[in-house]
Design a protein around this ligand. Sequence first.
Ligand code: KG4
Ligand code: ZN
Length: 345
Amino acid sequence: MVLGIETSCDETAAAVVHADRASGRLRVLSGIAASQDDLHAPYRGVVPELASRAHLERIQPVIRRALADAGRSLRDIDAVAVGHRPGLIGSLLVGTSAAKAIAWSLGVPIIGVDHVGAHLVAALLDADPCRFPAIGLVASGGHTSLFTMSAPGAIELRGATIDDAAGEAFDKAAACLGLGYPGGPLLDALAAQGDASRAPFPLSRVPGLDFSFSGVKTALREAVQRPPDGCSAADLAAGFREAVVGALVRGVERALDAHPAQGLIAGGGVCANGLLRARLGALCEARGLWLRIPRPHHCTDNAAMIAGAGALRALAGERDGLDLTAQPLSAMVRGRRGPARRTVP
Ligand code: KG4
Ligand code: ZN
């Protein structure tokens, strides 16, 4: 029974996950997330100092509710998992300190989890085991990366964005269109009313398994300033969404061509996007592969994926010590992008 804690950015989240030792099946017993969207919306991005203070206020009630919803008490917990990297350092410190205090007081192991890898474990929650190897796609506000996976916890980086993350591009494009924060879901909703063929944006020409989204972002900004004839904001949003989703799907196709795989695991907030989900579904069906994408609330940041990833480490006999530290960068992704995802400069 694993308590998971996630405070890497602007969600204060806790969850209880039960891992079956024999099958490795991960069952979510509860999951609570306190959003800070209202707090940061006026700034159109996350203000790190506000985020860490809000985490501090919310962390204890959120953990208590996660335990209560699961019908468990702290005494039932066998390990505490925490997303200790990557993220905003002040935010990470709150979750990491809380997790260490609970693990120490209960005398149970603490397990540090890399948030990026946990986005791939989200697809394995409440699901039957699947056959590996697989390709993994993480498309979030801070990362856009392709991995090969030889087993649920055995993940190797194969490609990553060389500039903006896909979610970051959605958020910046939404801001450019005058939509609110967070921009991804709002741009997605506007795009649903538009016609992508009226505003075609080119796919980036990055070779191999890397991505680039800064070009399409600039193209959108120019189109907003000088819209093509008869082109509405909804058409621009639809064209932009088409270009970003197209680049992600092309990356997955290239990864599948380059590496043997039986299936595809996708995760991260952008995988809540209906068009991306549909395109990945069609791709896997055409190639006879299985596909795992979490339900939308497990695509965006949540603590169940942290608890699940921690449980996999615990089942493999791994654990950390109370010297576990919060770290701004992921160990799984090349350090091209700093921790400043979606933050106000
Ligand atoms: O995984 P996540 O919750 O946080 C990070 O780890 O970064 O991802 C958040 C990102 C945001 O950039 C948000 O705009 C984007 O996911 N997002 C979406 C949608 N829902 C969330 N992007 C496109 N379409 C959506 N429906
Ligand atoms: Zn995330």
